[in-house]
Design a protein around this ligand. Structure first.
Ligand code: AMP
Length: 179
């Protein structure tokens, strides 16, 4: 289905989570459907040219599900952008603001060779704070980042525009407007 309505119908909305006023777009219900998950990954892959990047970066935790599946299908290596204190090797971090609260992501300093082209993936882009932090972290280690893929975009929160302003083209399979 070109408009991805079949997948959109599987994303559950939980109002007022994790705090009042937030419409939580819950992809766990999409992940429960195996064929739908496969279609999700296939359609994300169809949006990009596999020769245009060297590595896939996934953001913990739901981003790992997407990045692992894409990495397996495309035989691309993946970089883990992790929550604080999880990485055993020498790491760098960046702090950033979330739609609800603040957070930090970390990566190994030796994960990327300067000049490697990295595709960023996550389940959802809201304000874009997380993705922008990921772009800055990756670029700080010498990565070239100009493309990001998501299952869900919340366009009213401006994340994709924020990425575009930073030279990263963001694409999602579906959007939930009005959030
Ligand atoms: P942001 O940094 O605002 O773009 O938030 C993106 C991250 O927070 C993603 O990793 C999402 O999984 C999660 N997130 C933020 N807002 C929502 C929302 N309304 N529904 C579901 N997940 C969200």
């Amino acid at each position: 289905m070109a408009n991805n309505d079949d997948l959109r119908a599987l994303v559950r909305t939980i109002p007022d989570y994790p705090k009042p006023g937030i419409q939580f777009r819950d992809v766990s219900t999409l992940l429960l459907d195996g064929p739908a998950f496969r279609r999700t990954i296939d359609r994300m892959i169809a949006l990009i040219d596999p020769d245009s990047f060297d590595l896939i970066a996934g953001i913990e935790a739901r981003g790992f599900i997407v990045s692992a599946a894409m990495s397996y299908a495309l035989e691309k290596g993946k970089v883990m952008l992790r929550k604080p204190g999880k990485l055993p090797g020498k790491s760098v971090y960046i702090d950033y603001a979330l739609e609800y609260g603040t957070d930090r992501i970390e990566m190994h300093v030796d994960a990327i060779r300067p000049g490697q082209r990295v595709l960023l993936v996550d389940d959802l882009i809201a304000t874009g704070g997380t993705a922008m932090a990921a772009v800055q972290l990756l670029r700080g280690q010498g990565a070239v980042v100009d493309r990001a893929l998501f299952i869900v975009d919340l366009p009213d929160l401006g994340g994709a525009q924020k990425l575009a302003a930073a030279g990263v083209e963001a694409t999602a399979l579906m959007a939930f407007a009005g959030d």
